[in-house]
Ligand binder design. Structure first.
Ligand code: UD1
Ligand code: UDP
Length: 364
């Protein structure tokens, strides 16, 4: 049997690496299809290197575009490759447009699918990712959940419990694998910043796509930079708008290219504070015990608030929230880690997939 993994964007690579490794250890034949949704070396190649992912068997080179154009190109490219490769199972990850397109193509072709990171919900259909999550979970044959609240959400949407497996969080497997090599010192030296600093990542369309939103956010980040220096590895999506809004490289704000996985997590590990609108970074700071302020009205990852150091803030509240988080500092360590965030999600997923390929009963 053949398993194909469809990957397209930065967070996909991080989630897939432990699954690919664990399936490899079970001797399962597999291949990666890179859609090319992310294509800059710093958004793609560096993750293959840092995470030890094998070369893709195909790269569709889909690139950027409006949602319709990008998704259309993904559908056409993926249909050809799935028909040619005849996989027994296609595994999709997270909530990006590559995920959505792959699940649709396979559903129409009658090819079985598995969704890793099923059942996350922000209940905000204004987020493109929420639309992708709902459609993907409605169509997947096997659903791998990272946290228990997903089970109730999926049940409410009519997904049979027999398809759903609570396996933990493969993004945290990757974090645990990288942990021994995480060292803030060389990155801090390279950036020329003091040992006490914050890190910010910003790329949600609601935050960076309009000049008004970008300005409000940048003003808030500039205010935080009066409390301590901030490193902002800039996602290409926000690059122009945030610069126009006044986010420029300087002494107290270091605006730099996106960082590789090991460099980025090293920096996060040593940070006094993280400001973000990323999904994955909310989870990583939960495990690393670094205070995290998420500039969003909601999160599909509430477990990072109940079990971690995460807090939701508006741009207006960010400076005061940063001051408080910095004052509380190590006085608010991460709570008990979410159940099964133990670095073994990949092997659990591989075990279920391998049994499924052999036709065993899948009921959990
Ligand atoms: C995508 C995901 C988002 C995820 C993010 C992770 C969707 C709908 N969104 O958002 O959920 O959080 O990836 O990083 O799938 N660009 C480059 N170089 C690249 C890739 C993108 O310059 O390698 C620029 C292009 O101008 C492009 C823009 O970034 O138009 C947005 O890229 P796209 O992949 O459409 O969405 P992201 O914002 O990256
Ligand atoms: N990340 C990285 N370099 C950066 C910013 C993020 O390696 O400059 C990693 C981060 O540690 C996490 C993943 O990229 O593993 C999250 O991707 P992103 O924030 O782009 O997507 P989201 O999780 O919001 O979908």
């Amino acid at each position: 049997p053949l398993v194909l993994h469809v990957l397209g964007a930065r967070p996909n690579f991080v989630k897939a690496a432990p699954v690919v490794r664990a399936l490899g250890e079970l001797g399962v034949r597999q291949g990666i299809i890179h859609t090319g949704q992310h294509y800059d070396a710093l958004m793609s190649d560096v993750f293959f290197a840092d995470l030890g992912l094998p070369e893709p068997v195909a790269n569709l080179g889909v690139g950027s575009g409006t949602h319709a154009k990008q998704t259309a190109a993904l559908l056409v490219g993926l249909e050809d490759v799935v028909v040619a490769q005849e996989p027994d199972l296609v595994v999709v990850y997270g909530d990006v447009n590559s995920t959505l397109a792959a699940i649709l193509v396979c559903a129409k072709l009658g090819v079985r699918t598995a969704h890793v990171e099923a059942g996350l919900r922000s209940f905000d259909r204004g987020m493109p990712e929420e639309v992708n999550r709902v459609v993907t979970d409605a169509l997947a044959d096997l659903l791998f959940a990272t946290s228990p609240e997903a089970l109730a959400y999926l049940a409410n949407e009519g997904v049979p419990a027999s398809k759903v497996h609570l396996v933990g969080n493969p993004m945290i497997d990757s974090l645990f694998s990288a942990l021994p090599s995480l060292d803030p010192a060389p990155v801090v030296a390279r950036l020329g910043i003091p040992a006490r600093y914050a890190v910010a990542t910003l790329h949600r369309p609601a935050n960076v796509d309009t000049p008004e939103a970008a300005k409000e956010l940048v003003d808030a980040v500039l205010e935080v930079s009066r409390q301590l220096p901030i490193v902002v590895p800039i996602h290409p999506r926000g690059k122009v708008r945030l610069a126009e809004a006044g986010l420029v490289d300087g002494e107290s704000i270091r605006v730099v290219d996106p960082l590789g996985y090991v460099d980025f997590l090293s920096l996060v590990r040593g940070a006094a504070l993280v400001v973000t609108d990323s999904g994955g970074v909310q989870e990583e700071t939960t495990v690393l015990g670094v205070p995290c302020l998420t500039v969003r009205p909601n999160t599909e990852r509430p477990i990072t608030i109940t079990h971690g150091t995460n807090r939701l803030v508006t741009p207006a509240l960010l400076p005061a929230a940063a001051e408080k988080a910095l004052a509380d500092g190590a006085a608010t360590p991460a709570g008990e880690l979410p159940v099964l965030w133990d670095g073994k999600a990949g092997p659990r997923i591989a075990t279920v997939i391998s049994a499924w390929l052999k036709g065993d009963n899948l009921a959990p």
